[in-house]
Design a protein around this ligand. Structure first.
Ligand SMILES: Nc1ncnc2c1ncn2[C@@H]1O[C@H](COP(=O)(O)OP(=O)(O)OP(=O)(O)O)[C@@H](O)[C@H]1O
Ligand SMILES: O=P(O)(O)OC[C@H]1O[C@H](OP(=O)(O)O)[C@H](O)[C@@H]1O
Length: 194
C-alpha cells in the first residue's frame, strides 16, 4: 500500500471531530481522505456525519467483511469501511477517527500507520463534553473515566510511536501543529495525489 493511514485518537471530547472538520480542506490538498465511520448511533446525533446503523445490521456487515477495522466502546460499535484499502493502494492517504483501545490491532493490519493522540486537560474535557450535550451526565462521567485509561502514566499501553498533540487551547493552534506534524512525518501530496 502506498498511502499512509493516519490514526487519530484521543479521549471522548478531546476534539477529534472538530480537528478533522477544521482540517478538511488542507487534508484534501495533501491527498488525504477522511473516512466516514459506520456507528450504531442515531444518525441525528450531534457531531460527525457517521453512517448510523442498527446493531444487527452492523453485525451483518462485520460478518460480510465490510470493515477494515472495527471495535466496540462506549456501548457502541464502530466500523471503518474496507474501501480504505483501495484508497491506500491507489496512493491516497486516509484519516481515521480511531480508538485508543484498538491501536494495537490497527497496527497489526497497518504497520506503517501514523498514530496521533489528542490530549486535553481533564477539567477542560469535562466542560467541553457538558457543553456539547450529546451524552447524559452519567455517560459523560463514564467517558471521563475512560479518558484516563490510556494516559501516559499507565505505561506502555499507547507505546512510543504515538505522537501527542495538545488541544487544550485554541483549535486553530492545534490545527497548525497537526498539519506540521503530518508534513514532518512525510505525509505529502506527492504521494497522496489529489
Ligand atoms: N480547541 C477547542 N477549543 C474549544 N472547544 C473545542 C476545541 N476543540 C473541540 N472543542 C469542542 O469540544 C467538544 C468536543 O469536541 P469533539 O466532538 O470534536 O470531540 P471528539 O474527540 O470528536 O469526541 P468524541 O470522541 O466523543 O466524538 C465540541 O463541542 C467541540 O466544539
Ligand atoms: O476510548 P477509545 O478507545 O479511545 O475510543 C472509543 C471510541 O469513542 C470515540 O467515539 P465517539 O465518542 O463515540 O464518537 C472514539 O472515536 C472511539 O471510536
Amino acid at each position: 500500500m502506498s498511502g499512509r493511514l493516519i490514526y487519530l485518537i484521543g479521549p471522548s471530547g478531546s476534539g477529534k471531530d472538530s480537528l478533522i472538520e477544521a482540517a478538511r480542506r488542507p487534508l484534501a490538498q495533501l491527498g488525504c481522505d477522511v473516512v466516514r465511520r459506520v456507528i450504531t448511533r442515531s444518525a441525528e446525533s450531534v457531531g460527525e456525519e457517521a453512517h448510523g446503523v442498527g446493531a444487527d445490521e452492523f453485525e451483518r456487515l462485520e460478518r460480510q467483511g465490510a470493515f477494515a477495522l472495527c471495535w466496540r466502546a462506549n456501548g457502541l460499535a464502530y466500523g471503518i469501511p474496507v474501501q480504505i484499502d483501495e484508497w491506500l493502494t491507489s496512493g491516497r492517504h486516509v484519516l481515521v477517527n480511531g480508538s485508543r483501545a484498538y491501536l494495537d490491532q490497527a497496527r497489526q493490519r497497518y504497520p506503517e500507520l501514523l498514530a496521533i493522540l489528542l490530549t486535553v486537560d481533564i477539567d477542560v474535557l469535562r466542560q467541553r463534553l457538558m457543553n456539547r450535550g450529546r451524552e447524559s451526565a452519567a455517560q459523560i462521567e463514564a467517558r471521563l473515566k475512560r479518558s484516563t485509561l490510556f494516559s501516559a502514566d499507565d505505561g506502555p499501553v499507547l507505546g512510543e510511536s504515538v505522537f501527542f498533540l495538545d488541544n487544550s487551547s485554541e483549535l486553530s493552534v492545534t490545527l497548525e501543529r497537526f498539519l506540521k506534524l503530518l508534513r514532518d512525518q512525510g505525509v505529502s501530496a506527492a504521494l497522496g495525489r489529489t
